[in-house]
Design a protein around this ligand. Structure first.
Ligand code: COA
Length: 187
C-alpha cells in the first residue's frame, strides 16, 4: 500500500538518500539549489510511504522564492526536487505527487511556480517555457528545461510588459519569518 502524507522531520535522511540516487551527490551545485535556502514549505512537502514499515519511496518539495519585477516583488514557488525510488518508478507516483502538491499550492493562493525539469513531464500541469517571461535564475540553466506555471491573467500581464525578472531566494527568510503559507506570503 502507498500512502501520501506531509513530510516530517524524521524523513530527512531517507529523502537525502533518494535524492543522492536520483540526482547524484553533486546535485546541490545546480543553479536551482541556490533558490532552496532554509527549510522547504512544510504544507507542500509530501512523501509517499510504502509497505508495512512506511518507508519513504518518493518525495516532492517546494520552496518560496522572490521574482523581482521592476520595483515590486512577486511571491512564487520553485517546484522540486521530485524523486521516486527506482524500484517504484513508472507506477504514477511522481505524477500523483506533482498533481497533489500543485492542487494544494493553488488552494493556498500561489499563482506563480517555476521548475527546471523535463518539459514533457511538466507540460500536462500547465507548465510552459519560462524564457519569454524574462525570468532569470541566479546562474546558468538549460532554458529548454526552465518552465513556469501561473495564473493566466498574471502570465498575460508579464508577457505584455517584457523585462528581465531576476529570481532569488525568498527574502522573508532573512527577516526572521520562518514558517509561511502562500496566502501569508502573498499578502
Ligand atoms: C522523473 C521521476 C520523478 C518520475 O517518477 P515516476 O513515478 O516514475 O513517474 P510516473 O510513473 O508518475 O510517470 C511516468 C511517466 O513519466 C515519464 N518520465 C519518467 N521520467 C522522465 C523524465 N526524466 N523525463 C521525461 N519523462 C519522464 C515516463 O516516460 C512516463 O511517461 P508515460 O506516462 O507517458 O508513460 C523519476 O523517474 C525520478 O525520480 N527520476 C530521478 C530524479 C528526477 O529526474 N527527477 C525529476 C526531475 S524533473
Amino acid at each position: 500500500m502507498i500512502v501520501i502524507e506531509k513530510e516530517t522531520a524524521a524523513d530527512a535522511a531517507a529523502i537525502d538518500s533518494l535524492l543522492d540516487i536520483g540526482f547524484g551527490p553533486g546535485r546541490t551545485g545546480k543553479t536551482v539549489y541556490q533558490l532552496r535556502q532554509g527549510p522547504s514549505l512544510p504544507e507542500l512537502s509530501l512523501v509517499a510511504r510504502t509497505g508495512f514499515e512506511a518507508r519513504v519511496g518518493a518525495s516532492i518539495r517546494y520552496w518560496p522564492i522572490d521574482v523581482k519585477d521592476g520595483g515590486t516583488t512577486l511571491p512564487a514557488l520553485v517546484l522540486g526536487p521530485l524523486v521516486v525510488d527506482p524500484e517504484l518508478q513508472g507506477k504514477g507516483l511522481g505524477r500523483t505527487l506533482v498533481a497533489r502538491a500543485l492542487e494544494e499550492a493553488d488552494q493556498d493562493g500561489w499563482n506563480l511556480c517555476l521548475v527546471v525539469g523535463e518539459p514533457s513531464y511538466y507540460a500536462p500541469y500547465g507548465f510552459v517555457p519560462a524564457e519569454p517571461f524574462g525570468f532569470e535564475l541566479p546562474g546558468p540553466v538549460d532554458q529548454r528545461r526552465f518552465q513556469v506555471r501561473g495564473a493566466p491573467e498574471l502570465l498575460e500581464t508579464l508577457l505584455a510588459t517584457p523585462r528581465t525578472r531576476p529570481v532569488r531566494p525568498w527574502s522573508g527568510r532573512a527577516s526572521g519569518v520562518e514558517n509561511i503559507g502562500g496566502s501569508i506570503h502573498a499578502a
